[in-house]
Design a protein around this ligand. Sequence first.
Ligand SMILES: Cc1ncc(CO)c(N)n1
Length: 215
Amino acid sequence: MPEFTTSLTTTIERACQASIAHPFISQLSSGELPLATFRYYLIQDHHYLTAFNRLHQLVAQQLPEPDATTLSHLGEGEDLARQKMHREIGLSQDELLTTPTAPTAYAYISHMYYQLNQYGTATATAGLLPCYWLYSLVAQQLAGQQSPVPLYQEFFDGYATTDFTTSTKEMTAIVNRQAAAASSTTRQQMRTAFNISCYYEKQFWQMSLTKQGWK
Ligand SMILES: Cc1ncc(CO)c(N)n1
């Protein structure tokens, strides 16, 4: 039987094409994206990544070894790179902590918790996978280009590293091991969780471009 994640390839490739065509990504790549827009993204993505890490720790508690340790480490992956970017763009800890989470980021974060609470461990892992797979694919597609804005290039470079590729492979393997042990009903729920995360990944670019707020 083919690996479970093979059946998700079309969905992620579509999300990748939509992301590359989205003005948030094309303007990051061309250097035209206003710095204030990227700053907004970094704040919202900080909220996202904080929850993402917490989800990894919660899910890890329910996985067998060695996957538990792997997932726990994966959750901490992006912290250092982001702290550097926050310094470069002048984002204080206070601003990061006090800026409200915008509706789309809020919905995406809520979705990840809901999948864990409602459907359990296997489904939760599937909901986390697009985060790795999509950013990895987008970075690979744009690898030949150089953004004229060093901070934007730094953003793409972070996801084109072998470290991030390895993280994506590790996460994919965890999802496949969960799927292999799951019922066909759970596998269908995993697919749904993955699809919804792909939906929110695309909406995340739009939220950032329009600097969505609670109005
Ligand atoms: C919204 C979002 N998805 C995926 C990643 C990559 O982990 C990220 N930093 N932010």
